[in-house]
Design a binder for this molecule. Structure first.
Ligand code: SAH
Ligand code: SF4
Length: 339
């Protein structure tokens, strides 16, 4: 709940509204029970207990990389579903990658998160709890959040926006919107809605292909909105927010990594102030034909893009020894449950 919603509720039960901030602060410290809210009267704590529940995520599995200290979590939700998060350490601080849905219905052909479709949306508090739990478990303060875990944030629009407003609240975790990225597979209607919110987050677009035929083959969302429609929405987004957009491009061997693809891509991104992130695709067992190109091919593609005037970098790979790319841990856990 927002501070205003808590305040409204307090008013409705005849409690003073200044209590709202106390409750809000406790919730965003990650308490798991109302009895921990020691500066509230016993009767108010009881009333809260009768009317509300706190659904924190629980750590089901924790894997720490021995290469770079990246920590991957499999979290269990109150209804027994699982989602994944990753805590990464960078020079500028800690960053958490969170999930926004259980599963995903977008059906991208290289991704493990969507293998069984969408189970359900996450609530804003389940998104907040993923960040808080990583902070508590590692005794660190998280400074950056990326909405790049399982799920499509713009397909869970209202909860994602609520999450953004709550996590950046000064009485909550107070993580600045400029330190938050939202990644989308390209739901154009959602991008236009987001533009109207005027939030200074970084928008990240999963492009992954340089022409419509190829993109539709690996990302069904492209059948609804073409690359041109998507890039037009990005241009409008930039014109309104002046926030530079970053594009993700997962390099898949023999599918989208040719010189011809690089040329097509550069032409599409021409004049867009874009930053392009190349990600060698992570192999997923069920998507056997999606293979990772070798290092030279990745470097060649990157050099080609830069020489064609697109600011391009290869995404640093973290947590390679712990399967840190999304959807894979949940898949393993679900297989165990089935057997
Ligand atoms: N649904 C959103 C956000 C979650 S996916 C989106 O698609 O953008 C986060 C990123 O991981 C996306 O760029 C997605 O394309 C990428 N991704 C998914 N599966 C991958 C894989 N096997 N290897 C590399 N990147 C992958
Ligand atoms: Fe969903 Fe993103 Fe995976 Fe596509 S890449 S299936 S949109 S989580």
């Amino acid at each position: 709940m927002t501070l205003e919603e808590i305040s409204e509720w307090l008013k409705s039960v005849g409690e003073p509204s200044f209590r709202a901030k106390q409750i809000f602060v406790w919730l965003h410290k990650g308490v798991s029970d109302f009895s921990e809210m020691t500066n509230l009267s016993k009767s108010l704590r009881q009333l809260l207990n009768e009317n509300f529940v706190i659904y924190n995520v629980k750590i089901k599995k924790r894997l720490e990389s021995s290469i770079d200290n990246t920590v991957k979590y499999l979290y269990e939700l109150h209804d027994g579903e699982f989602v994944e998060s990753v805590l990464m350490k960078y020079k500028h601080g800690y960053s958490v990658c969170i999930s926004t849905q259980v599963g995903c219905r977008m059906g991208c052909k290289f991704c493990a998160s969507g293998l069984w479709g969408l189970k359900r949306n996450l609530t804003a508090s389940e998104m907040l709890s993923q960040v808080k739990m990583a902070e508590i478990d590692n005794n660190v303060r998280v400074s950056n959040v990326v909405m790049m875990g399982m799920g499509e944030p713009l397909d869970n629009y209202d909860n994602s926006i609520r999450f953004l407003r709550l996590i950046s609240h000064q009485d909550g975790m107070n993580i600045g919107l400029r330190h938050i990225s939202l990644s989308t597979s390209g739901l154009v209607s959602g991008i236009y809605k987001l533009l109207e919110e005027n939030l200074p987050i970084t928008l990240s677009i999963s492009l992954h292909a340089s022409n419509n035929e190829l993109r539709s083959a690996i990302m069904p969302v492209n059948n609804k909105w073409s690359i041109e429609q998507l890039l037009n929405s990005c241009r409008d987004y930039y014109a309104k927010t002046h926030r530079r957009i970053s594009f993700e491009y997962a390099l898949i061997k023999g599918i989208n990594d040719s010189d011809e693809c690089a040329k097509q891509l550069a032409a599409k991104l021409d004049g867009m102030q874009a930053h392009l992130n190349l990600i060698p695709v992570n192999p997923v067992q069920e998507h056997g034909s999606m293979k990772t190109p070798d290092r030279q091919a990745v470097k060649r593609f990157c050099d080609k893009m830069n020489s064609l005037g697109v600011n391009t970098t290869v995404r640093r790979t973290l947590g390679q020894d712990i399967n840190a790319s999304c959807g894979q841990l949940r898949r393993t856990e679900q297989d165990k449950c089935k057997n």
